[in-house]
Write a protein that binds this ligand. Sequence first.
Ligand code: ATP
Length: 408
Amino acid sequence: MSYQINQVLKPIIEILNNKDVNLYLVGGQVRDSFLNKTNQDFDLMVATDFNMLIDLLEKKLGLEFTYHDKFLTATTKFASFELDIARARTEYYPAPGSLPIVSPASIKEDLKRRDFSVNAMAIQLNGSASGRLLDPFQGRKDISNLKLRSLHATSYLDDPTRILRGIKLILTHNFSFCRKDRQQIKDLLHLLPWKVLSLDRVFNELRKVLNLKTDISQLAELLTSLNVLKLLDPDYRFTKYSKTQFILLEEFLKRLSLNEFQIRPWLLRMAVLLQESKLDLDQLSLKKDEIKLISFTPATKVFTWRDNLSPTINIYNLFKQYSLEEIILLLINRGKFNIIADFNKYLKNYYACQIKIDGADLKRLGISPGPIYQEIFAKLMLEKFKKNVDDNKNAEIKFVKDFFSKKE
Ligand code: ATP
């Protein structure tokens, strides 16, 4: 057992001393411990005495659990980690792609319902067999070969979100699908359209992939060979155009210091991937503004770049019309790397010139509210952008006073 696992789980393991219950570590943490990767999630499992264990941890460690009765699981925060405790269970899928019906089972049976062999291992944490690895599907071997292997022939049909879970592991852990799985996925996607019952589940899993903080340009290759978005839209085609745009976007996101800006990379990625799809977005759990951005189609916008104006003023004019995220989509659509490289610089200027005074300040200066306010703010923004007004409130107030004295 790794040092980190031992250290983190020590208080829990100690509480179980002399208790007749066997606790197991399962899932991603076991996989990642063999890859020397840190993981913030600890999935624990017991075959029996689930309620007794939760009671004990609540009383002795003061943990507060949230229960998910239907799935026989409870979750809590434990130090800086997410702790998930589950009663071993089997799953039965009443129809392909639907939510499973679960019932209690043994540890080994529980491992059988999992997605990949590399995620279907368990380490016993306490008792005389503490440290023992249960690896019924040769997950260790697949980890050494970095291969993703499902546990039975209808695994992806039962739950197509497993394809996206696999893709996430490819992008984050460098795994690849084994040949048999790759073929199974291809065959399955070829069979579409079928009615995937839980569109939302597919979408949420896709969102997790697109939410990754790293460069995911490799996804473009994966989507070229496996048309996974057919799971959302049976008519989906990942065209060369979308592919180029996607790679450009990744290039862009890599260069942009994201923390500085209110940008949602997952949404931009989604917008690029779905730009040629006719998918009805209202079917998905998306907010209004998210739907608006995904539906934003830069190709149809008349995007004029007036070269005779200075770039500063051009960018200013652009910002006026579109949101920051829309502008990124427009720039990606233009497909010019040099503009992308300059963009960071311009953005910084733009943010540096956010206006510090507001309507109340104008009122205090004796200006009555009306359309003039907008005119003042627009002028001020432009002058700040051109660096004619310093980035502080006093300078802005002085600008407003000068503006009026010139008007009079
Ligand atoms: P991550 O590091 O991304 O959290 P993880 O493998 O721990 O990876 P979780 O979503 O926390 O991912 O799932 C925990 C475990 O539950 C997985 O390792 C896997 O064994 C199992 N699991 C999760 N989702 C599925 C699924 N759709 N089908 C089968 N097994 C699943």
